[in-house]
Design a protein around this ligand. Structure first.
Ligand SMILES: [Zn+2]
Length: 228
């Protein structure tokens, strides 16, 4: 008997033994995403939405490709929890995003940052637990046809990491992102507040860290008026 892939919820799909997920992010979206996520000393969050397709690139291997079309760079007001080590999206916002995916058969990639100039791009245990829960919820909510996928990205000033949820195994697996340059993190001016334990060292007072990046949603004046 030849070895087979681990049996999962969809073990009947035995044609394919190995699965892989690739994330394709257009440059213009990536630039905006990384500037948003890394432009603060607190964690930030964004959603990427796109289409998924599945194909076999060689016998016995299936590749899921997510092509990102839209980025939702969440303003701080859309976050229920926001600290240097944790970020949580307001429930009504995440529900609205899930509903959009349902209505338009979109795949969903959540992205968040770990601020700090030396933070390694490694998902924390809490991150992985959250990813597993939200990706399972995604697949439980969104019909599997046309194909959809759920994934997570983590950006730091030192790199990028990604996970996707393989619904056939019920597990998280590494995400490939061939469209993302290795040194994807943009140059954001370091500030004293970036250093862990900032304030413990004598020296100059911290410079105001957040500038324009903290105001992604300018208030629209009433003069903008409502269109008929
Ligand atoms: Zn995290």
């Amino acid at each position: 008997m030849r070895p087979t892939a681990p049996a999962g919820p969809a073990a009947g799909n035995r044609t394919w033994e190995k699965r892989q997920c690739r994330l394709i992010v257009p440059d213009v979206i990536w630039t905006g995403l990384s500037a948003h996520l890394l432009g603060s000393n607190l964690e930030r969050f964004a959603y990427l939405l796109g289409r998924a397709e599945i194909h076999g690139d060689r016998p016995g291997r299936r590749v899921v490709t997510i092509r990102i079309r839209h980025a939702l760079l969440l303003p701080d007001a859309a976050l229920a929890v926001r600290t240097p080590t944790r970020v949580e999206v307001a429930a009504d916002v995440s529900r609205a995003v899930l509903r959009t995916c349902y209505e338009h058969a979109l795949s969903l990639v959540d992205a968040h940052s770990h601020p700090g100039l030396s933070a390694p791009a490694i998902f924390s245990g809490v991150d992985r637990a959250n990813a597993l829960e939200t990706h399972r919820e995604f697949h439980a909510t969104i019909p599997a046809r046309p194909p959809v996928a759920a994934a997570s990205l983590l950006l730091t000033h030192t790199g990028v990491d990604g996970l996707w949820f393989d619904p056939d195994t019920g597990r998280l697996a590494p995400l490939d992102f061939p469209s993302v340059p290795p040194s994807a993190a943009p140059a954001v001016a370091p500030t004293a507040a970036d250093a862990p334990g900032a304030g413990a060292l004598p020296g100059e007072p911290p410079v105001a860290a957040d500038t324009a990046a903290d105001q992604p949603l300018p208030h629209r004046g009433a003069s903008a008026g409502a269109r008929p």
